[in-house]
Write a protein that binds this ligand. Structure first.
Ligand SMILES: NC(=O)c1ccc[n+]([C@@H]2O[C@H](COP(=O)([O-])OP(=O)(O)OC[C@H]3O[C@@H](n4cnc5c(N)ncnc54)[C@H](O)[C@@H]3O)[C@@H](O)[C@H]2O)c1
Length: 255
């Protein structure tokens, strides 16, 4: 049976790495992104289709889901990776427009994408969905809107997993830590984040690469994970595990 997957945010970063990995595994992939030119460039390189989508619009999401079904076939996989970010700030400095934009793209966008594609999977009793949370949705951080959006995604992903489990559709949430995408590398270069300071707080002591996140997502998408649904899985180089070590002198070096 043909495996067809749609990937929102597929024009770059983790979404693009997922496309590479799924194609290696034999999936037929469609890249969905608001950056149509970048998506088309990546699609041409990978030999797959792309389609312009704005996940902030339900009409746009429905049009993309129709496109995939019509032009490619029954979609049994969805990776909902499209999102926008923010920089650390004091809570009272929160820009209300940025708050709305982040919640609309990340929460509304992921939810309506999951339900548009998931509804069709439920009808066919077959599908796997992976949403993208974040380590900052699992704890407090100075990313107030972004962290809130990612906590919401993890919450409703588990709910969808239960609602659709007996209809053959699995839903899981992968929550990366800082992952060295071109966008994050550019943020480091602009001095918005300090890459060296962050490594002190990880168990592995190194950056996570997009391919490493993609490997975990591809596993959850595959039948290898046929009994896994409703989980939030951190792929963070051990940041969550190392949190309390700062109270005891920090993470030890290699022995
Ligand atoms: N890179 C990290 O460190 C990191 C850490 C934790 C979680 N994540 C999550 O992983 C996912 C992928 O992140 P990334 O680092 O690859 O980001 P990225 O910025 O490299 O890629 C995001 C893609 O989403 C697209 N996009 C943004 N808004 C859109 C919209 N309204 N409609 C359609 N497409 C839209 C962008 O054009 C871009 O191609 C996101 O959900 C992000 O929150 C990333």
């Amino acid at each position: 049976m043909q495996n067809i997957a749609a990937i929102t945010g597929g024009a770059g970063g983790i979404g693009e790495a997922c496309a590479v990995r799924l194609i290696e595994m034999g999936w037929t992939v469609v890249l969905l992104d608001r950056d149509a030119a970048a998506a088309a460039t990546v699609a041409a390189r990978l030999g797959c289709l792309s389609y312009a989508i704005d996940v902030g619009s339900r009409d746009s999401i429905e049009a993309a889901a129709d496109f995939v079904e019509r032009e490619v076939g029954p979609c049994s996989g969805l990776i909902a990776a499209a999102a926008i970010f923010e920089n650390p700030h004091a809570p009272e400095d929160q820009d209300p427009e940025a708050w709305r934009a982040i919640l609309q793209t990340n929460i509304d966008g992921t939810y309506w994408t999951a339900t548009a594609f998931g509804r069709r999977m439920v009808e066919r009793k077959r599908g796997s969905i992976v949403t993208l949370g974040s380590m900052v949705g699992m704890n407090s951080s100075p990313l107030f809107a972004y962290g809130t959006s990612k906590a919401a995604i993890a919450s409703f992903s588990a709910g969808l997993a239960v609602a659709w489990g007996r209809s053959g559709v699995r839903v899981n949430c992968v929550s990366p830590g800082p992952t060295l995408t071109p966008a994050l590398a550019a943020s480091y270069a602009r001095g918005e984040r300090d890459p060296v300071a962050r490594l002190r707080f990880t168990a592995l002591g190194r950056q996570v690469l997009p391919e490493e996140v993609a490997n975990v997502i591809a596993f959850l998408m595959s039948d290898q994970a046929s009994a896994v649904t409703g989980v939030e899985l951190p792929v963070d180089g051990g940041i969550m595990a190392a949190q309390l070590w700062s109270l005891y002198g920090g993470v030890p070096g290699a022995t």
